[in-house]
Design a protein around this ligand. Structure first.
Ligand code: ZN
Ligand code: ZN
Length: 753
């Protein structure tokens, strides 16, 4: 006989972990108990040694996803005589609260099967879920996680659901959002003027007809309202673009099933697994030629953001349509997604032709996550549904810290009890709605985790909505505010993700962030050690005529760069065509007089300038478009040489792109393909990374910043540095872009005195 005391940490609450433990124990004739603890799950088992050993094996290998044990502690205890059963005990009252909040999980195969099977009581029921799947973070109002503290509290269980909920051997044992057609939420199809068109299954079929007619459907989804339109109809897609005021930015496409998706995109095995996982993110895949998806969905883009239905509602709707649909957040360009019914009606009334809604309130907005799977691992482009708000362990113990993040791809981070929780992606803070969402998310996280922050952190930039909110709350709560340089935060986030110690070189290649010297940084080599950093390398700064306007127009970066690097008269003839009458003269006058021409060392702006000068893209439609176009052009070309830099080494290694620029212009004049120019530029950036790594002389190098969303650049830099003996670390669980700034700020603030 053996008795073991086991504590399990990881994703073990709200994911059917205790019922699994119960089944594993009962199947092996073991006795004992299991209960939730603040830090995980605690259990004891007793029985023959072979049985307890096999139980441990099952715990490690047979847990249904997404349950996952990260840490298991096993103690051998004396036998308890007379124990006759295995029990699930009520949760222990925890003092040091370190709750794990489960993210929303895509429909599991068993629930999908029920929904598809005639005769099942949940046949065609769009809100079917169980302990292994369904809404979590989007419905939880407070902790501990219990139905009474979710937006399902208004739906009393029917006798059948109550029986399933109470039966430890049932898949729905303690499934808080459990529901069925008798007791759960229902659908309504509503016209834009508010008149009810249909209910329940008829609403679903009606919504399918709306989409088949090429009209725009506003769908109340899992974490907010989405706008859907037939992805195979060019006219329908164009109508959505016009109404949403989104000209060229790619839309994601929801496919009815993997088979249909494979027709439109090339899908590797690992990608197929991720598409069908409980997280079920949008994956950026390589588009196949042909296919039925309209070109206007992602104009000029060799890739497509694709995903599969992750709720029974999406599944049934897509089945009714019978083909792929564009599925995008319900908002106007740059505003946050609508998630409350009244707000959605007003904000989306002018965008949609009909609303498919339901009566389960969405507690907080959670967008779809977006990832790319490269050969060597995942890259997050947007971290939200399925991943937020899972915490990351933080080695530094300290007071609770709240970090407010950047301005675009905003997130909020809360560090407490040896972990950091990063909020879901909140989007752009430029709009009033965006700033309101940030404030609401801060309040939500604090109430949710019942934490009172003793230190706040924000960006150096005084005009970010996040900075202003942090300043206001720091004064209101009388707590210190730590201002963290943007690229320091980038580096610190990646360092924390990998638990690195000691000085690390951070290649922070980004758009623009305010530097410690008041200029705009973004092409940086920083040595980061804990809460401090040293700038050891950067691009030679160049002027950005028009400041912020240059961020929207790559050609302005090009003019500023040419001016700084090659002098006022260096204006290649073909490039002049990118300007209308007098436009170029105006910019050159601004440069000559230094009017509204802030200096920047941004690599993102260098990308823009090169895209413009290589003849790839002079105007920008959406953020990062020029850089993307340059990446795609380079991908199509074979490796073919590089461009030179001029380095000025002192205490800081300054990289002057003047020789690079001169060579690029010679290539353009010689009539070389833009793809070759783009490829050589990417190779030159790998050279730059190596030069800075050698200059810094540190073994560990983290790659961070928005530029490392670029797959080709990341691969080339990694290859080059690895071959030279450096250890490269990339963001794996969080995005390399500004979505991780809050995380980095929290880490820096935790280490600062
Ligand atoms: Zn399920
Ligand atoms: Zn029911």
């Amino acid at each position: 006989m053996a008795r073991l005391h086991i504590t399990a940490e990881g994703i073990v609450q709200g994911v059917g972990f205790r019922p699994s433990v119960y089944r594993f124990a009962v199947a092996r004739g073991l006795t004992g108990w299991v209960r939730n603890r603040p830090e995980g799950v605690e259990l004891e088992i007793q029985g023959p040694e072979a049985g307890t050993a096999d139980f441990l094996r099952a715990l490690r290998t047979e847990l249904p996803p997404p349950a996952r044990v990260d840490h298991l502690e096993v103690l051998v205890l004396p036998e308890v005589p007379g124990e006759r059963a295995f029990e699930i005990l009520a949760s222990g009252a925890g003092q040091d609260v370190r709750p794990v909040v489960p993210p929303d999980l895509a429909t599991c195969p068993a629930c999908a099967h029920e929904v598809a099977t005639p005769g099942e009581r949940r046949h065609r029921y769009p809100f079917t879920n169980c302990t292994y799947c369904g809404p979590r973070y989007t419905i939880i109002e407070g902790l501990p996680y219990d139905r009474s503290r979710t937006s399902m509290s208004g739906f009393p269980l029917c006798p059948d659901c109550a029986r399933e909920y109470g039966d430890p051997l049932d898949r729905r044992f303690h499934a808080q959002p459990v529901a069925c057609p008798v007791c759960g939420p229902h659908l309504r199809l509503v016209a834009v003027d508010g008149t009810l068109q249909a209910e329940r299954d008829a609403a679903l079929l009606g919504a399918g007809a709306v989409l088949k007619r090429g009209e725009i459907l506003a769908l109340k989804g899992l974490g907010g309202y989405q706008l859907l339109v037939d992805a195979t109809s060019a006219a329908a897609v164009q109508r959505l673009r016009t109404r949403k005021r989104r000209e060229e930015k790619p839309f994601a496409v929801l496919f009815p099933d993997l088979e249909t998706l494979r027709v439109a995109c090339a899908v590797e095995e690992a990608e197929a697994a991720l598409l069908q996982s409980p997280e079920a993110p949008i994956l950026v895949l390589r588009r196949r030629p042909g296919g039925r998806v309209a070109e206007g969905v992602a104009p000029g883009n060799p890739r497509l953001g694709a995903f599969l239905p992750y709720t029974p509602l999406h599944r049934l709707l897509l089945e009714a349509v019978g083909g792929p649909v564009v599925c995008t957040s319900g908002n106007l360009s740059d505003e946050p997604m609508a998630f409350r019914d009244d707000e959605a009606r007003t904000r989306l009334g002018g965008l949609a032709d009909a609303f498919l809604v339901h009566d389960r309130p969405i507690v907080r907005p959670v967008d779809d996550s977006v990832l790319r799977l490269d050969r060597d691992g995942p890259t997050f482009l947007r971290r939200a549904r399925g991943y937020a708000p899972l915490a990351m362990p933080l080695p530094l113990e300290g007071p609770p810290i709240l970090a407010f993040g950047a301005h675009q791809k905003a997130t909020v981070a809360l560090a407490f009890g040896g972990q950091v929780v990063l909020s879901q992606h909140l989007g752009d803070l430029t709009s009033v709605e965006g700033a309101e969402l940030l404030a609401a998310t801060v309040a939500d996280l604090l109430a949710f985790f019942r934490v009172r922050p003793e230190r706040l952190a924000c960006d150096l930039h005084p005009d970010y909505a996040s900075t202003r909110l942090a300043e206001r709350l720091a004064a209101e709560w009388s707590v210190p505010l730590v201002r963290v340089q943007h690229h320091h935060a980038h580096g610190a986030a990646c360092i924390a993700e990998h638990g690195l110690r000691g000085p690390v070189l951070a290649l922070a290649w980004d758009g623009t962030g305010l530097g410690s010297d008041g200029t705009l940084w973004g092409g940086e080599a920083l040595v980061v050690e804990g809460a401090s950093f040293r700038r050891v390398g950067h691009l030679q700064p160049f002027p950005l005529p028009g400041g912020e306007a240059a961020v929207r127009e790559p050609r302005r970066s090009a003019v500023g760069l040419l001016w700084a690097a090659l002098g006022p008269d260096a204006m290649p003839e073909p490039f002049r065509a990118a300007f209308g009458d007098g436009e170029l003269d105006l910019l050159q006058t601004m440069l000559a007089r230094g009017l509204n021409c802030p200096q920047t060392s941004s690599l993102g702006r260098l990308f823009d300038a090169v895209a413009a000068l290589a003849g790839v893209r002079t105007q920008r439609g959406f953020e990062g478009q020029a850089a993307l176009a340059l990446e795609f052009a380079a991908e199509r070309a074979a490796p073919d040489g590089t461009y030179p830099w001029a380095f000025a080494d002192g205490a800081v290694c300054v990289a002057d792109p003047a020789p690079l620029l001169a060579a690029l212009l010679r290539d353009r004049e010689a009539g070389l393909e833009p793809g070759i120019l783009a490829r050589r530029f990417h190779a030159a950036l790998a050279d730059l990374a190596l030069a800075w790594a050698r200059f810094a002389g540190l073994r560990d190098v983290v790659l961070t910043g928005g530029c490392f969303q670029n797959a080709l650049l990341t691969a080339l830099v990694t290859e080059r540095l690895t071959a030279a003996g450096f250890r490269i670390y990339r963001h794996r669980r969080f995005p390399p872009n500004d979505g991780s700034i809050a995380l980095g700020q929290a880490c820096v603030a935790a280490g600062s005195r």
